[in-house]
Write a protein that binds this ligand. Structure first.
Ligand code: FE2
Length: 198
């Protein structure tokens, strides 16, 4: 048999479990104000991780971003968490497909993810080949969607430009997730390579 080589691939999804207190974060999520955001609700505060209640989670998220950059960029360049907000999905609500402009690595932390309240689905955004040969083929070369069935207390990190959506909440329990963006600290890049940002 000939040799099959993956020439290019997308940056990975990282999943890590948080061992800190999530109950207090859920109480916080229940207590704050929200506004309509398409078919769900988003917190009015879009810098929630700057609140004291998130201190430990923010340290955890920053450690995860550090691990991601070491493994993916082969660099220990520091990233700063920028905006962070809470999404609330009641029964029947979902989140349309989108990406996170203005960010390089994005994350989602599940404050309360009841079973069947809607999983996140990443989307390649285009077909691989222009003809479908086998609808059941789901290897990483051919699949154009990837669903993550996480649980409360899990953190996901992914490239901010990767399209994703959240499926419908099919249970009578509110789903709370915290989303955040991050950006490399300035200066970054290389003067000789003409990639310097300062
Ligand atoms: Fe998102």
């Amino acid at each position: 048999m000939g040799t099959l080589t993956t020439i290019f691939s997308t940056p990975p999804l990282m999943v890590e479990k948080y061992s800190g207190d999530v109950k207090t974060l859920e109480e916080y999520a229940e207590s704050i104000s929200y506004h309509d955001n398409q078919n769900s609700y988003a917190s009015d505060n879009t810098f929630v991780m700057n609140d004291d209640v998130f201190t430990d989670l923010k340290i955890f998220a920053e450690k995860c971003i550090e691990e991601y950059t070491i493994n993916v960029f082969n660099s220990n360049h520091k990233f700063a968490i920028t905006q962070s907000w809470i999404t609330k999905n009641d029964f029947g609500q979902s989140i349309d497909i989108h990406s996170h402009p203005g960010s390089i690595i994005s994350g989602v932390f599940y404050i309360n993810l009841p079973k069947d309240s809607g999983c996140i689905e990443f989307n390649r955004g285009k077909s691989v080949f222009e003809i479908q040969i086998n609808k059941d083929c789901s290897n990483p070369w051919m699949s154009d969607r990837y669903r993550v069935f996480a649980e409360t207390g899990y953190l996901l990190l992914f490239p901010s430009n990767m399209l994703h959506s959240v499926k419908m909440n099919n249970v009578n329990q509110t789903r709370y997730s915290l989303a955040f963006n991050s950006f490399p600290t300035i200066p970054v890049g290389d003067i000789d390579m003409l990639t310097y940002l300062y």
